[in-house]
Design a protein around this ligand. Structure first.
Ligand code: ADP
Ligand code: MG
Length: 399
């Protein structure tokens, strides 16, 4: 990495200093408003421990949901404070928002070893427009800036990009470093065979990403709703399957340019689009999807063929579930790919899972710890792989 990181700074430079840390605590909340999944909070513990152990005081900034630049009680970060406190074994004070006198006073009076969590950055006008005045206000809350919100580094917002220009040193935290190291392993000379699996809902969002890997991988396995668009481009009847009509031309071009590397399902599991319908899931040939039914998973023959290729890989990257895995009867293809990724890892392959729903799928399969890396980055990871850089990284100090 050509950017300075927190692990490069001598602990003596951190002692007694306030570290303004941008984290990604955009966590799901349950009906009672409590944190439903603490993965993103847990992912920041290494950076926060490093700061606390060095005698620094972390001041944390994060967004949650998409409030529109004004306070909105549905999106308060208050429920995160007790979760973080439990994980760190340290008191976490919550005040906010970051442009208030209360926040300035709390940050000034912080003692070494204390943690301050500030209210949702998207309550602040100027956050999403990267207002320099807001960035300057944020910069007053710390003596150095640490970027640990890997999942937000693709956003040119004041708490991600602006503040990194206004406060120095501006360095990458442990989570960002770990993520970049894993993703770089896919881009710099991957060991071969290098196999990639793509699924999920949309090609439209992922054209640049697919191009990156069609140029680099030995084989690209396609599943999920994305496969329907490719099947249609190849002239198959797709029934009521989710097809992205505006992407059929791009898919046809990919098929033409990379016919030797793209693999499409030979069979699919079909069902009714309406979840209330009593149609039993069944496997059919991918070239023969019945009218009125939709392809909602890859079929067993395809799952076996993909799993075999994945288990023989030395490098494997996966983005996008193979089917509508959230619904009963359509999760087998996704599970087979997750299991094959775990098998490959056990045989020494380097395996990376990217994308929010894909990460959820591998956790649902109970295999998140059985692969080399599950990115917390969602869209940021995919954008980094597609373009090789991110606005929130560019803004940090060069090493
Ligand atoms: P990620 O978040 O990992 O990048 P996407 O957001 O692209 O993945 O897509 C995930 C969604 O795609 C899932 O919610 C899944 O149910 C849906 N999906 C996958 N295959 C199909 C299909 N055949 N038909 C309809 N939806 C599908
Ligand atoms: Mg998604």
């Amino acid at each position: 990495m050509n950017k300075r990181s927190l692990s490069d700074l001598p602990p003596a430079d951190l002692r007694g200093r306030r570290a303004l840390v941008r984290v990604d605590y955009n966590v799901p909340l349950d009906a009672s408003g409590a944190v439903a999944d603490a993965n993103r909070v847990e992912a920041t513990v290494p950076t926060l421990r490093r700061l606390l152990d060095a005698g620094a005081s972390p001041v944390l900034l994060s967004h949650l949901g998409r409030p529109k630049g004004v306070p909105d009680p549905r999106y308060t970060l208050a429920p995160v404070a007790p979760v973080l406190s439990r994980l760190l074994g340290a008191p976490v004070r919550f005040v906010g928002p970051a442009d208030s006198e209360e926040a300035r006073e709390a940050s000034r009076s912080l003692e070494p070893g204390e943690v301050l969590l500030l209210e949702n950055t998207r309550f602040l006008p100027g956050e999403t427009t990267n207002d320099p005045a807001l960035a300057a206000t944020l910069a007053e809350l710390g003596d150095l800036f640490v970027s640990d919100a890997f999942g937000s580094t693709h956003r040119a917002h004041a708490s991600v990009v602006g503040v990194a220009s206004a406060l120095h040193p501006a360095v990458a935290g442990d989570l960002v470093e770990t993520e970049l190291r894993a993703l770089a392993g896919l881009v710099d000379v991957p060991e071969r065979p290098f196999i990639v699996a793509f699924g999920g809902a949309k090609i439209g969002d992922k054209i640049a990403l697919m191009k990156t890997f069609l140029d680099r991988a030995d084989s690209v396995l396609v599943g999920g709703a994305m496969a329907n668009t490719f099947l249609k481009a190849g002239g198959s009847r797709t029934g009521s399957s989710l097809v992205e009509d505006e992407a059929v031309d791009v898919a046809a071009r990919f098929l033409e340019d990379s016919a030797d590397r793209i693999r499409l399902p030979t069979d699919v599991v079909v069902g009714a689009v309406d979840p209330e319908s009593k149609v039993e899931p069944r496997a059919v040939s991918a070239s023969d999807i019945p009218d009125g039914l939709a392809a909602l998973d890859i079929g067993p023959e395809t799952a076996e063929a993909y799993a075999w290729q994945i288990s023989k890989s030395r490098t494997f990257f996966w983005n996008g579930p193979m089917g509508l895995f959230e619904r009963d009867g359509f999760g087998a293809g996704t599970l087979a790919v997750a299991q094959a990724a775990a098998d490959a890892t056990r045989s020494g392959a380097f395996t990376v899972i990217g994308g929010g729903d894909s990460a959820a799928a591998i956790r649902k399969a109970g295999l998140a710890d059985a692969v080399s890396h599950v990115s917390t980055g969602g869209g940021a990871a995919l954008e980094y792989l597609a373009h090789g850089t991110l606005p929130g990284l560019e803004a940090l100090d060069d090493s």
